[in-house]
Every structure is written in structure tokens, then in C-alpha cells.
Design a protein around this ligand. Structure first.
Ligand code: PMP
Length: 360
């Protein structure tokens, strides 16, 4: 058996170069005479690693100085709750734009803490974004929440929506680091790491410092962004190994040319795959409005439902893993994050052509 092209939506493929580096120093990390998993998070070596990781992330994303970077745990799902707890008063309004599965989840979870209002809802089957002009935004909202890239439906905001009366909060779980980004357009950006950043267990929060001064809601210190920022995300033991791997991913991204180069590569990958789907004469279909198609998650279906199972079996045997669509949508999905090389997308497209010839 060999390592295959992995199209999993998350936990997703990691850059092979990064896995090899981790393998090479798994038993002895630097001068530690122990693995990175076996040393104190308060030791000088690990503190230097975190400082370096933060500096690299700041450089990659050109994060302005008035933003704090937090390395947390609990996944994006925990942020659905921590965001209202930290930056909204109890029962204050917050506006949500619903564009698919994950933005709907964020809305539902926030309802425990805030008056969660639907500013716009694209409506099922969530294949387009609601036009900005039609959003009903509140005057008194603590923030406006969007999901930058809906991992399941494959719908992506190509840029930050403009002219908002409150700070923009965005779930970047499945698109952070996929292309350059103007952080200053957002009040808060968050992402579970396990798609485009590193392994599961690490959650990134990039938050404008003025939002840390908001009183928020009664909460334990461990749930406070301001406390975490003051303690450099070390209120308690952080996810040391995921942070180490993410730090390696940041170095890899810099070696690959940074986010501009990565964005061009991702654009080419997505364009090639959508062109293959659109050019299949209806054998394969992607239902999403071409203007908002995700560069990272490409859901598609075969015109005949029964062929999905055959496709999955044959593609897996051909070394193309995890192409099953999410159960909420069905069909197929190819997640093509940074770690998916162009050759992997080309191999998938070749397979799709071949499959169509045999079953079309
Ligand atoms: N938001 C988005 C956009 C996601 O894709 C996911 C995970 N698939 C989540 C939130 C939930 O993330 P977690 O499992 O890290 O809580």
C-alpha cells in the first residue's frame, strides 16, 4: 500500500514534506533529547516555537499589529459559543448570514447567549450567496457573522462583504491560508486547523484587540479571549503537537511562495476541476453559482444516483481517497486544500474522464 491522494474534507491531507519533517524528528526534537510532545510547554524551546509560529502566521496573512492571534482548542464549534460570550453582552443582538450547514450551526449555538438574528438566508439547497443589498442588518448588533467557505455546500465568499454596521466575524475553517486575505476587513477570524492549517486539536482565532476590551458575558477565565491573549494562549497546556505541526505548515507555505503563490495554485486546481465537471455533458454536475464556487471544497454528483457507490469504490481502488459527499448533500465531494498537489487534481480529472467513458 502507498500513500494516496486524499480528498478528505477534514481532518484532511497534510503536506507530505511536513509529515516527513515530523517523522524525522519524532523521537528527538532539536536539542531536546525528547520528542516535541514530551517537553514542557513553558520551556524556552517550546515558547520559542510558538513565538516563531505566530510571527510566521502574521507574515503569511499580513496580520496588522492591532490583532491578537490565539492558539486555542475546542474546534470551530466551540468558537460558535465563545464568540458571543466574549464580544456580546447577554441577550444583545448579533446578525447571522446563513449560507449553508456551518453558518446555520453558528446561528443555533449563539442563540444561548445573544439575540441571534437572521440577516439573510440563502435558503436550501444553498447553492448561491444572498446578495449583500438584501441583508437586514441591526443597528444594535454586537457583530455580523458569516461562514467564509461552506465546507459541505461548497459556497465561498470571494471577499469580505462591505459596509457593515458591526464588526465582521467569519468562520474560515475550510479556507484560511488558501489565498491572500485582507484581515483588516474582519473583527474576528476563526478556524479549526484540521483542513488547511494542521491536524485536529488546534483552533486559530485572529481578533482585533479593541474587541477584547468588550465586557462580554460571565465566563470562566479559560473561555476568555482577553485572558488567553494576555497569557499568549498558555492559560493551560495548549495542543503542543498540533501547534508544532501547524508551525511546520507555515514554514512550508513560505517555502512554496506564500499565499499569493498558493492562491494561484488553488485557483488553477479549482478551475481545472470545475471545467471537467461542467464539460462532462451533464454526466457530472456541480449546482453552485459559478461566481461563488469554493476553491477548496467541490461537491458534485453523477446524473445517475446508483453510480456514486461505484465511483467511490473504483476511485478508492485507484488511490483517490475520501470522495464521498457529506450526508446532508449526498453525491461526491473533492476537498482540494493547500496540501493537495496539482498532480492530485489532474489524477482525479483523469479518473473522472475514464469513469465516464466506462459508465456514460
Ligand atoms: N465550520 C466549518 C466551516 C467547518 O467545515 C467545520 C468542520 N467541518 C466546523 C465549523 C466545525 O469544526 P470543528 O469540528 O473543528 O468544531
Amino acid at each position: 500500500m502507498t500513500r494516496a491522494y486524499n480528498f478528505s474534507a477534514g481532518p484532511a491531507a497534510l503536506p507530505e514534506a511536513v509529515l516527513r519533517e515530523a517523522q524525522a524528528e519524532l523521537l528527538e526534537w532539536g536539542d531536546a533529547r525528547a520528542s516535541v510532545m514530551e517537553v514542557s510547554h513553558r520551556g524556552a524551546a517550546f515558547e520559542a516555537l510558538v513565538a516563531d509560529a505566530e510571527a510566521d502566521l502574521r507574515r503569511l496573512l499580513a496580520i496588522p499589529d492591532d490583532y491578537a492571534v490565539l492558539f486555542l482548542q475546542g474546534g470551530a464549534t466551540q468558537q460558535f459559543a465563545l464568540i458571543p460570550m466574549n464580544i456580546a453582552a447577554p441577550g444583545q443582538a448579533a446578525d447571522f448570514v446563513v449560507t449553508g450547514h456551518w453558518s446555520a450551526k453558528a446561528l443555533a449555538e449563539a442563540g444561548t447567549y445573544v439575540d441571534a438574528r437572521i440577516a439573510a438566508d440563502a435558503g436550501a439547497p444553498y447553492v448561491a450567496l444572498p446578495p449583500r443589498a438584501g441583508w437586514r442588518l441591526s443597528d444594535d448588533a454586537a457583530y455580523v457573522h458569516i461562514c467564509q467557505n461552506e465546507t459541505i455546500q461548497g459556497v465561498e465568499f470571494q471577499e469580505a462583504p462591505a459596509d457593515l454596521p458591526a464588526p465582521l466575524v467569519s468562520d474560515f475553517s475550510s479556507t484560511l491560508l488558501s489565498r491572500p486575505l485582507d484581515v483588516s476587513r474582519y473583527g474576528l477570524i476563526y478556524a479549526g486547523a484540521q483542513k488547511n492549517v494542521g491536524p485536529a486539536g488546534l483552533t486559530l482565532v485572529i481578533v482585533r484587540r479593541d474587541l477584547l476590551e468588550r465586557a462580554g458575558q460571565p465566563r470562566a477565565r479559560i473561555l476568555s479571549y482577553a485572558e488567553q491573549a494576555a497569557q499568549r494562549s498558555m492559560l493551560n497546556t495548549p495542543a503542543t503537537f498540533p501547534i508544532y505541526l501547524a508551525a511546520r505548515v507555515f514554514k512550508w507555505l513560505e517555502r512554496e511562495g506564500g499565499l499569493a503563490a498558493m492562491g494561484e495554485r488553488n485557483r488553477r486546481k479549482a478551475q481545472a476541476l470545475y471545467a471537467a465537471i461542467d464539460g462532462s455533458g451533464g454526466f457530472y454536475r456541480n449546482p453552485v453559482d459559478p461566481a461563488v464556487r469554493s476553491w477548496m471544497n467541490v461537491p458534485f454528483a453523477i446524473h445517475e444516483e446508483r453510480l456514486h457507490a461505484v465511483f467511490l469504490e473504483e476511485s478508492d481502488a485507484a488511490g483517490l481517497l475520501a470522495l464521498k459527499g457529506h450526508k446532508a448533500v449526498g453525491g461526491l465531494r473533492a476537498s482540494i486544500y493547500n496540501a493537495m498537489p496539482e498532480a492530485g487534481v489532474a489524477a482525479l480529472i483523469d479518473f473522472m474522464h475514464d469513469f465516464q467513458e466506462r459508465h456514460g
